[in-house]
Design a binder for this molecule. Structure first.
Ligand SMILES: [Zn+2]
Length: 431
């Protein structure tokens, strides 16, 4: 017989070898045999009470099944496991009913909004809501058509917003970005239209656009717009703008050296032959290729071992966030448009207390998302007059990002919270 141990419950001495709590019991306690049996009986009673008042709580049922397993009570264990299976079945059934109810609601909403659009075809708010309904109903073609119409509808709307808030650089930038496709679609444009577009970008940079990528893009647009003048030559001014664009993109790159988006922008700028920077073009092109390989490798590695459903392969992080938001009862659609200030998803709620518009940005990053991104989102919340800006990060946020968001119409959701939401609304983690 080994040495005697002291029981944490009754204080009695007992032989350590014989009575040490078996695995699964409270490991931090050292109990004698009698106290251990008492503790297990207590725990069983507590869990059974909990089950009788909440018979399909999966968490409690799982704990109770494990207690019966420790007690080697096979009959009760089997009964609880059967009940657990029933609880799962009920949860899935409920989710399916909920989904059906949401789709029916969306159909009714669709009829209402289609009517509204036919009498007011360029109303931005109605178009946005209709795009969300089409997205939820998986009507891709209809959604694309509405999004295209939305682009056009937003021009007068933003012009008005600029009038009301003439010191907001983000509004000018967004206006410029909307005017650009309008110019390039038509192919023919007057010099006054180019002037107007240039003006928007010039105001945006003069008023202090905060995001270096947006600043780079504004300068790039200005450089290219100078080329759209009848001479088609890169004027000294155009050249200056392109060099400014390079400076801004390089600045953005210094804190984010593998960012494919920034590198792509830089390749675009350096590709202007009249700029005469073939060496830089080659350097950045090589870095872009490398960054793309790394990105691909990273996503392949992270998907190894995860339970990726076949049909879900190839769905982007943004699409997964969109599906989650829709499953939470919001109407939502993705925006495929640079002019939306990097906004990935627009969502609406018609629930009391939270009714209104939400702008969502999704960042599938391995590094924490920093304050500049949160700041930009806050600008969009103001410009869109949204209830709230929601930033979803697959990783986390820097402390300055978190403190910036405090007390503002902003919500930061990190990878853990995202998985929690996904578990409770879709019954699975985000992979
Ligand atoms: Zn004891």
């Amino acid at each position: 017989m080994g040495s005697l141990e002291k029981c944490d419950r009754c204080g009695g001495r007992f032989p350590a070898v014989y009575c040490y709590p078996p695995q699964g019991a409270n490991k931090s306690l050292n109990l004698c045999k009698r106290c251990l049996e008492e503790a297990q009986a207590e725990r069983r009673r507590q869990l059974e009470n909990a089950v009788s008042s909440d018979p399909y709580n999966e968490e409690i049922l799982e704990q109770l099944a494990s207690v019966y397993s420790q007690l080697k009570n096979r009959v009760e264990q089997a009964r609880i496991i059967a009940q657990l299976r029933e609880a799962k079945r009920r949860r899935l059934l409920e989710a399916a009913r909920e989904e059906k109810r949401r789709l029916e609601e969306a159909q009714a909403e669709r009829r209402r909004l289609e009517n509204a659009v036919s009498s007011d075809p360029y109303n931005v708010e109605i178009l946005e809501q209709l795009a969300s309904v089409y997205s939820q109903l998986d009507k891709r073609d209809e959604e694309a058509e509405i999004l295209a119409r939305l682009e056009k509808a937003k021009i007068p709307w933003l012009e008005k917003a600029v009038e009301n808030d003439p010191q907001n650089p983000d509004l000018y930038f967004r206006l410029g970005e909307l005017l650009i496709p309008d110019l390039s679609y038509r192919g023919n444009y007057s010099s006054s239209e180019i002037e107007k577009t240039c003006d928007a970008f010039l105001k945006a940079v003069a008023l202090g656009l905060s995001n270096p990528i947006s600043r780079g893009r504004a300068y790039y647009r200005l450089g290219v717009l100078k080329e759209m003048t009848p001479t088609q030559d890169l004027t000294p001014l155009g050249k200056k703008y392109l060099n400014n664009a390079i400076r801004e993109f390089r600045l953005a790159l210094s804190s984010n050296p593998d960012n494919v988006e920034i590198l792509e922008h830089l390749v675009l700028v350096y590709s202007h032959q009249q700029l005469g920077k073939p060496d830089e073009l080659a350097e950045i092109q090589a870095r872009l290729d490398e960054a793309k390989v790394r990105k691909k490798l990273g996503s392949t590695l992270s998907s190894v071992g995860s339970h990726t459903n076949r049909s879900e392969k190839g769905i982007s992080f943004e699409q997964k966030c969109l599906k989650l938001i829709q499953s939470m009862g919001f109407r939502a659609h993705s925006t495929k448009n640079a002019a939306d200030g990097g906004i990935d998803i627009i969502a609406f709620s018609n629930q009391p207390l939270v009714a209104g518009k939400y702008v969502v940005q999704c960042k599938n990053w391995s590094k924490p998302v920093g304050e500049p991104i949160v700041r930009d989102l806050y600008g969009v919340v103001a410009a869109e007059n949204a209830n709230n800006g929601i930033l979803i990060s697959s990783s986390g946020f820097t402390s300055s990002a978190i403190s910036f968001a405090v007390g503002k119409r902003l919500q930061l959701i990190d990878g853990n919270q995202l998985n929690q939401l996904s578990l409770s609304h879709q019954g699975k983690e985000v992979d």
